[in-house]
Design a protein around this ligand. Structure first.
Ligand SMILES: [Zn+2]
Length: 287
């Protein structure tokens, strides 16, 4: 069913987005069912929809994460700058092209935003800061998190990786220190960046919705055809932080071959031994 722009705006407002809000948005727009003319025009209209919902005083922030390479296989073409394309979807890619939008300088976990709070949220997010720093700034500004059509087994509630960061979990795991990217520093020089913190797998994040529901920290609703949700940033992060500090394993995904979830000593202890045996065995069998 094709959904009209007016209906999308009405649904987002009914969900709880208000004028003046600072909002971090994660979206799977295809699920909403709003489409006009072509893909590019539709994405542009999406930015207009979000702007209309939060108004001139509101701020919109999107993840605009970028590609990396394995440290033993350096790719000189992967160089982050203000206009690097993101793999995070059409919406941030449209915003990247807008000259008024502000992008943080983190070489792999950058965010892009517009609105009066965008500079404050993004200005300190660079190669020296932690990956999910902007979410902490959004919390300080009493912001909200919006999941548009992406309540599924791929996307986690936004506070999950930030809670992992606060708990020190993002600095652990087999992939830490292995992935890199080049970036251009403030002096215009090309530098090498190594990812030393990462949230990893998001596919078990759906298991946190129970905690968010019983703590009244999430509101669900439909935006067009897409099942969606809105959360107060601080409230939802606190609920997730408390849940993960009691048991970090509740967000392990359903794929038992996932290295992020099951190859981490801190998650599965001696369970990592058979995990890596199975991994090596399956690689040998493929050869
Ligand atoms: Zn996983």
């Amino acid at each position: 069913m094709i959904v009209k722009k007016e209906k999308v705006i009405e649904d987002i407002k009914a969900l709880g987005l208000e004028l003046g809000d600072t909002i971090f948005v994660t979206a799977d727009l295809m699920n909403v069912g709003f489409f006009e003319k072509n893909k590019k025009y539709t994405s542009e209209q999406w930015i207009e929809i979000l702007k209309e919902c939060v108004g001139e005083e509101g701020t919109i922030i999107l993840a605009s994460y970028t590609k990396t390479f394995f440290f033993l296989k350096k790719n000189p073409e992967i160089v982050f700058d203000r206009f690097s394309k993101t793999y995070a979807g059409d919406l941030p890619n449209i915003l990247i092209k807008q000259p008024l939008a502000i992008r943080s300088k983190h070489p792999t976990f950058s965010c892009i935003g517009i609105g009066p709070n965008a500079a404050k949220i993004l200005e300190k997010h660079d190669h020296n800061s932690t990956a999910y720093h902007p979410l902490g700034e959004i919390i300080k500004l009493n912001g909200k998190f919006l999941l548009l059509g992406c309540l599924d087994k791929k996307n986690a509630p936004q506070g999950m990786h930030y809670a992992q960061e606060r708990l020190g979990h993002t600095k652990q795991g087999p992939m830490v220190g292995l992935m890199q990217s080049y970036f251009i520093d403030d002096n215009g020089e090309k530098k090498l960046f190594t990812k030393r913190d990462l949230g990893g797998c998001s596919r078990g994040g759906y298991k946190l919705y129970g905690e968010l529901i019983v703590n009244h920290a999430i509101k669900f609703g439909y935006v067009g055809n897409g099942f969606s949700a809105i959360m107060d940033a601080k409230e939802s992060c606190d609920v997730i932080y408390n849940a993960l500090s009691k048991d970090r394993k509740i967000i392990l995904c359903d794929d038992k071959t996932c290295i992020d979830c099951y190859g981490k000593w801190q998650n599965t202890g001696f369970g990592t031994v058979p995990f890596y045996f199975r991994k090596i065995f399956s690689i040998l069998l493929k050869k």
